[in-house]
Ligand binder design. Structure first.
Ligand code: DOR
Ligand code: ZN
Length: 433
């Protein structure tokens, strides 16, 4: 590792939750040279640290990892930049984000993967690029997975669109298997969802909008779990949103297929009725689903079926969202509200243990993409730490967001649980207040 000039930092008095190391108790933590130097019971760390952090009353966790973020560079910097998106990530407690390739141009070459990782981009947290699975994400011709991986891509996907063609998806999983590279699917049968702008159900009927069916998601997941089984490939379901799609994931996991999935905070919090009267800040893809789907998602988050919470942070400019519902782009921001929503909805209202929530933000996503030395505070791992107050009540004010965009359904929401500090490679990149 390169020489790290960041001063050493002792975080004391906190309650460490590190599910990967099965730690859940009062502990101190020493960060030095970009690594976790020591983790020990209170007051047992000897020797001097250059800096001290008083974590009394706070949870100290491995740095959060977001598997699904749209940073919009190259090409769409009016929505977000790598600098502004990672500033929002830091404020939300994320020390690592994986960015999606549906930019302009699409990230389908090693040159663009390199470009994203250059220091000139001004990233405040670790950025792991995910490259396109097919040229221009058109779903026809596979990209060169090996050279993309060598350039630093941690997975491939055509997110925003599915890899719909079965032969192409099979080949992607087969090639990915040889390289141990996960293939991430945006599971949507677009032959069934053309011109749809929300979930199919009583609300779409009331609003007179064409609705996406549950089957349009679940059938793609079902097919791809079978393809993963046939090929031995690593298959990850992005933003899973329906009860029906959880079935093939469960079946695959039982059969030891390499399948993983993520859930967004908006899908475990909201349902299609919340779209109200054509509010475009509630329009995203996959759409908000029924109360039945949300209940199934809550069960799956608790029982271990779900591997990660991922935001699908998808910033869009105000003028782009201020149009008729059917014409508005899909997507909502999410980096700064993820932890507050998880604690409020999952821990406070549904009694999910804090340790499980931390796992869904750390060890879970690290495992999905094999991010070695991340998602844990074991000695020798990267000095990425998220410190939060699980009891703090606050109100999310979108106007104060670090993101360039404001398209959130949670503006003005009272939340319980707030990020206090975010530490990347031993350096404080966010401090509340
Ligand atoms: O809501 C979404 N927004 N879903 C997608 O699949 C794409 C994303 C975006 O890029 O805005
Ligand atoms: Zn998607």
């Amino acid at each position: 590792m390169a020489q790290n000039k960041t001063p050493s930092l002792l975080i004391r008095g906190g309650h460490i939750i590190d599910p990967a190391s099965r730690i859940d108790g009062p502990m101190d933590l020493l960060l030095r040279d970009g690594q976790v130097a020591e983790i020990a019971p209170p007051n047992k760390i000897r020797g001097n640290a250059e800096g001290k952090f008083d974590a009394r009353g706070l949870i100290v966790a491995p740095g959060f990892i977001d598997l699904h973020v749209h940073l919009r560079e190259p090409g769409q910097s009016h929505k977000e930049t790598i600098a502004t998106g990672t500033a929002a990530a830091a404020a939300g407690g994320f020390t690592s984000v994986c960015c999606m390739p549906n930019t302009s141009p699409v990230v389908d070459s090693p040159e663009w993967v390199h470009w994203i990782r250059q220091p000139e981009r001004g990233a405040l947290v670790n950025v792991f690029p995910i490259a396109a699975a097919t040229h221009h994400s058109k779903g026809a011709v596979l990209t060169d997975f090996r050279s993309l991986q060598e350039a630093g891509a941690v997975a491939v996907t055509d997110d925003g669109k599915p890899i719909l063609d079965e032969a192409v998806m099979r080949e992607a999983l087969r090639t990915g298997a040889q390289l141990n590279l996960p293939v991430i699917q945006h599971a949507e049968d677009t032959r069934l969802t053309a011109h749809c702008s929300m979930n199919e159900g009583p609300t779409s009927f009331r609003l007179g909008l064409r609705g996406m069916t549950v089957a349009a998601e679940a059938e793609v997941v079902d097919r791809d779990v079978q393809l993963a089984q046939m090929t031995g490939g690593r298959f990850h379901v992005a933003h899973l949103s329906t009860a029906e799609a959880l079935k093939p994931v469960r079946r695959g996991k039982r059969a030891k297929v390499r399948v993983t999935c993520e859930i967004t905070p908006h899908h475990f919090t909201l349902i299609d009725e919340n779209v109200g009267d054509y509010n475009t800040d509630f329009k995203m893809n996959p759409p908000l689903r029924s109360a039945f789907d949300r209940e199934a998602i809550l069960v799956a988050l608790a029982d271990g079926t779900v591997d990660a919470i991922a935001t699908d942070h998808a910033p869009h400019a105000l003028h782009e969202k201020q149009v008729e519902f059917e014409r508005a782009p899909f997507g909502v921001t999410g980096l700064e509200t993820a932890l507050g929503l998880a604690i409020t909805q999952l821990h406070r209202d549904h009694k999910l243990p804090l340790a499980r929530i931390v796992e869904l933000f750390t060890a879970g996503p690290a495992r999905v993409l094999d991010l070695r030395g991340r998602g844990t505070l074991a000695r020798g791992s990267f000095a990425d730490v998220t410190i939060f107050d699980p009891k703090k009540r606050w109100i999310f004010d979108a106007a104060k967001s670090r993101s360039k965009s404001r398209n959130t359904p949670f503006d003005g929401w009272p939340l319980t649980g707030r990020v206090i500090s975010t530490i990347v490679a031993g350096k404080v990149v966010h401090r509340e207040g």
